[in-house]
Design a protein around this ligand. Structure first.
Ligand code: FMN
Length: 328
């Protein structure tokens, strides 16, 4: 069954964000304005099938607050992909997705992620292995791919036609080549081209557009203009935790509210990971929360200099006890 077809139109998703959107951050996003669908950080199928499985399993942790959620995998070994997809399908995910768009050197260097664009025969065997793994798990969950529009050059016509011929339930297209990283504006016209290819081929694959979308309003406009079924927002969440708020007057968080959320984030991170993840990871988020008031930079610098959750929570208490946040 293709459960993607049962989502509202257009549906909005939080992008997979490795090292950022773990279960903790997804719970925070969910408590602000929940997207229709979450995705896990991408997870190596080889890693899952290795002795390091315990660490890899952290990526598959989620709470009911984050459901529905798709598990994202990467890898080029069909055997590892089959086993991982089979096991992961039994973990309660909405669906399974394979990353064929990551431009990171350590991923494309192994022929994975966006490198698949140049090895379609391997892409096809990895897709077939994942689909067989899902089937053999006995769970009827959909299968999807997230990709870009090329490695060095834009090859939407060939690559997207090829992927759509593989029998995908959904396909997310980040409208840039791997070489472009995120340095140029996303080519939404190429995403629209993918929709045209899908319609021409007469397949029912759900298409999700991704690239530079700020918030729900922007997403809904893009869906209308470019004809996609759903829209994925990545970095937009860093400047607006309410990016998925569809109400006519989206929530504008006050600096005080953001500091309260940062306290919750730090506390939930500590409780969830119990030292299994480094405290330094939390520092990636401080810019989201310590913002929009006089001296925010100086307070952020103080937070960045801390070395533990207790230490940063005490800086936040001091900030809240001062009258700085009341003045804004
Ligand atoms: C920090 C970070 C981590 C990312 N991790 C993943 C990932 O695990 N899997 C994936 O498919 N894409 C990943 N991406 C790419 C995003 O999902 C998204 O495709 C990209 O940021 C473009 O969308 P945006 O312009 O809305 O940010 C990551 C991007 C960033 C900035």
């Amino acid at each position: 069954m293709n459960s993607w077809l049962s989502l509202p139109r257009p549906f909005l998703m939080l992008a997979p964000l490795e090292g950022v959107a773990d279960t903790v951050f997804r719970q925070i996003v969910s408590s602000c304005a929940k997207p229709d669908l979450f995705v896990t950080e991408f997870t190596s199928a080889d890693g899952y099938c290795s002795a390091g499985k315990d660490v890899v399993m952290q990526n598959f942790q989620f709470t009911p607050q984050e459901a529905p959620i798709v598990a994202q995998l990467w890898g080029r070994d069909p055997g590892a992909m089959y086993k991982t997809a089979k096991d992961v399908a039994a973990m309660g995910f909405f669906g399974i997705d394979i990353n064929m768009g990551c431009p990171q050197k350590n991923v494309i260097g192994h022929g994975c992620g966006a490198a698949m664009v140049e090895t379609p025969e391997i892409a096809a065997s990895v897709i077939a292995a994942a689909k067989q793994g899902i089937k053999d798990s006995g769970r009827d969950i959909p299968f999807s791919v997230k990709t870009r529009i090329g490695m060095k050059n834009i090859v939407t016509e060939q690559w997207i036609s090829f992927l759509l011929a593989q029998g995908l339930d959904a396909l997310t297209i980040h409208g840039r080549t791997a070489k472009e990283m995120s340095k140029v504006p996303a080519h939404w016209d190429e995403i629209a081209k993918a929709v045209t290819i899908r319609d021409r081929m007469g397949v029912s694959t759900v298409i999700i557009g991704n690239g530079d979308v700020r918030d729900a309003k922007d997403a809904i406009e893009k869906a209308k203009t470019y004809g996609v079924d759903g829209v994925m927002i990545g970095r937009g969440i860093f400047s607006n935790l309410w990016a998925f708020d569809r109400t006519p007057q989206p929530h504008m968080a006050s600096p005080r509210e953001l500091v309260d959320i940062m306290e919750r984030h730090v506390t939930l991170f500590t409780e969830t990971w119990q030292g299994k993840k480094s405290y330094a990871i939390l520092k990636k988020f401080f810019k989201i929360y310590i913002n929009g008031f006089p001296d925010a930079t100086a307070w952020r610098v103080r937070c960045m200099a801390t070395e533990s959750a207790e230490e940063v929570l005490s800086v936040l208490r001091e900030l809240k006890e001062s009258d700085i946040l009341h003045k804004v």
